[in-house]
Design a protein around this ligand. Sequence first.
Ligand code: NAI
Length: 256
Amino acid sequence: MRTAAVTGAASGIGRAIRARLESEGWRVIGVDLRDVEVGCDLSTERGRTAAVDGVRGLAGGRLDGLVACAGVGPQFEPRTTIPRVNYFGAVAFLDGLRPLLAAGVSPAAVAITSNSITAAPGADGDLCRACLDGDEERASAEAATLHGSIAYAGSKLALARWTRRKAPSAEWAGQGIRLNAVAPGPVLTPLLQAGLDDPTFGPAIRAFPVPLGGMAAPEHVAPVVSFLLGEGARFVCGSVLFADGGTDAMLFPDRP
Ligand code: NAI
């Protein structure tokens, strides 16, 4: 039986990923604030250590899949927490458990980013750079000065770039581990609902152009992650796969 560890497994997209993987015969170790096998707070160093140690304790010496899905949305307060969870929590989880993946069968990891990495003007700024410099205090301080949507997009852009930089490296591809990212558009979850209910964010989210129309369900993203973890994606490495109803393609038809 293949074993995967999934952060954010208690809600929304992470919970759907867990259900999808379990339906395919995976054993899943859930990591989240509560209601999972490994309860921890990924916004803190201590919580990240607890996450890695907790998964290691349950994994039985090997992991075949890792999914960094836990995240907080643009409306989360304090905003200083946004990069702590979305970038530093995700990277610490993936890096910390990479050695166990190296012992797995056809191992793969997926980071959940967001299509705001291209759709949100201002994502490519100082917060993104501070994340990629590994400077958590600077990234958090920067987030406090930004609109939540820019802090969110910057943290997710950093995670996508981290994925692209690490995927071909000796530690990842060199060990036979495939690392990819998924960039969803709007997915109806508690995180998005909090945005829709917000008087500032709600109208902007509803006005967001989605060529396929509407919003996704978490169950529409889960199979994309399962594909990236599976044999069908054997040669997929360092990709950022947009599952966003066509928004990125509509906004940027000439990329790449
Ligand atoms: P959600 O709120 O339903 O689930 C997020 C999970 O992350 C929750 O279970 C929460 O407890 C966990 N989490 C938050 N902070 C944590 C912390 N400090 N330590 C441990 N766990 C923590 O949200 P959703 O929508 O399922 O989000 C999942 C991922 O998908 C997030 O990274 C989000 O940024 C991303 N995403 C979501 C989109 C959407 O429209 N819902 C669009 C694009 C990306």
